[in-house]
Design a protein around this ligand. Structure first.
Ligand code: HEC
Length: 398
């Protein structure tokens, strides 16, 4: 049997443009560009391997109840095209010009830019920095989308965006921004573009608050500066649905040094019918897996599963179609940690005891279910139940 011809111009270039170039282009996060035939030809075997292993494109969540928006996944047919192309010796075919014009986001309502450049030394540990940006807001606004724009992609590793009023303008912080109340507006990791709230929802940006960027900087070997910004898009009116956060998690974390499979769990029973719109998982570096399930009268449904947790690829996962969960559903989260030397992301070698906290060497457990009550009048009852849950779950630390 002859293998049908697979060549660069007809098959491979369009696939790479669609699935790889958002990161594999000059000046972006990936270690090399995949823009020309030559770029791809010399790595054809490696490309076949990383796509077959599903290491590339990076995508952490496995198949849940409903697909997520913006999934970075190749189909089995696409993976086999890469494999056949490599096996044939990476034939070129004709010329290829990229006809995909990058989609530019529409003009934003406000762009908040770091007031001063931040200096990142040539080497040393990674820096986790909070930088407050005063914004001229005299009235409450509803943020429906944001677009984080890294100032210097060589050093900006990932970023989270909050609204609130910190005491300082520039200070070290990790995981959480270190002030209350802090409203999470979104995040950015390489390859992300516009971060949007689901239709009909938005996050409140109260008058007088500041925008706080929490940026993870990774020294590049040269001294660098960064001045990132974030573009905000406001909703014209108050959103029709209130997004509520079911925070499954625990602060009772105490992982012995060397423990390879430590788990904490949490659960909550829904008092009213909700639509689950998305999930936001959170752990630090010894976190290894997160699993969220819902037990409904119809049976168990998988909400999200990440088996290879990576702090640096934190995402907000929005479902393409909301997941309806009736009153009485039990939602549960399981967090698994590997504090042994087998965990290549373990910041301590040899491993040290790890407890709950906000630091790089501490751990957290969070699975934030983003829901809206099916009947708007049920929101108050859900709010009450969530308040009660929070008081039970987060016991004062000893
Ligand atoms: C969201 C960003 C992103 C996308 C999309 C992406 N890559 Fe990557 N790629 C990276 C980063 C970052 C690295 C470096 C990974 C590391 O060192 O852990 C990388 C590394 C690689 C490597 C080297 C792997 C190794 O073992 O050193 C190959 C080959 C590769 N990517 C191919 C691809 C292909 C083919 C696609 C599309 C099908 C793709 N990538 C899509 C970000 C991306």
């Amino acid at each position: 049997m002859t293998i049908p011809e697979v060549n660069w111009s007809k098959h491979i270039a369009p696939l790479i443009a669609r699935h790889c170039q958002e990161c594999h282009r000059l000046g972006d996060v990936a270690p090399f560009a995949l823009e020309t035939y030559e770029d791809a030809r010399k790595r054809a075997k490696q490309i076949a391997q990383v796509t077959a292993r599903k290491f590339m494109p990076p995508w952490k969540a496995s198949q849940p109840v409903s697909v997520f928006q913006h999934e970075r996944r190749l189909s089995a047919a696409e993976i086999s095209l890469f494999a056949r192309w490599a096996a044939l010796g990476a034939p070129r075919g004709g010329d290829w010009t990229n006809s995909r014009t990058p989609v530019e986001p529409p003009p934003p309502d406000l762009v908040a830019t770091m007031p001063k450049p931040f200096e990142i030394p040539a080497d040393g540990p990674d820096l986790y920095q909070c930088i407050a940006i005063p914004v001229p807001l005299k009235q409450n606004r509803w943020v429906r989308a944001l677009d984080f724009r890294p100032g210097n992609r060589r050093v900006v590793h990932h970023a989270l965006v909050f609204a609130g009023k910190p005491d300082q303008a520039v200070y070290p912080c990790f995981g959480a921004p270190g002030f209350l109340p802090a409203r999470g507006l979104g995040g950015w990791s390489p390859g992300n573009r516009l971060s949007e709230f689901p239709a009909g929802t938005a996050a409140l940006l109260p008058a007088g608050s500041q925008i706080v960027l929490q940026i993870h900087y990774h020294p590049s070997g040269r001294s660098e500066t960064d001045q990132s910004s974030v573009a905000l898009y406001f909703a014209d009116e108050r959103p029709s649905r209130t997004l509520m956060d079911i925070a499954l998690g625990s602060n009772e974390i105490d992982i012995p040094a060397g423990e390879a499979r430590y788990q904490v769990r949490d659960h909550f029973t829904l008092p009213v019918d909700v639509e689950l719109l998305g999930v936001i998982p959170h752990m630090h570096y010894v976190g290894q897996a997160i699993r969220g399930i819902a037990t409904t009268p119809q049976g168990v449904r998988l909400l999200i599963q990440i088996d290879d947790w990576d702090f640096n690829w934190q995402d907000r996962y929005w479902y393409s179609k909301p997941v309806r969960l009736p009153a009485g559903t039990k939602v549960e989260a399981t967090f698994t940690y590997d504090n042994s030397t087998a965990n290549v992301r373990n910041p301590s070698n040899p491993p040290k005891r790890v407890t709950w906290g906000f630091g790089v060497n501490d751990e957290m457990a969070g699975l934030h279910l983003q829901v809206a009550a099916v009947r708007p009048e049920d929101a108050a009852e859900l709010g009450q139940a969530l308040w009660g849950k929070m008081m039970r779950t987060f016991r004062p630390l000893r």
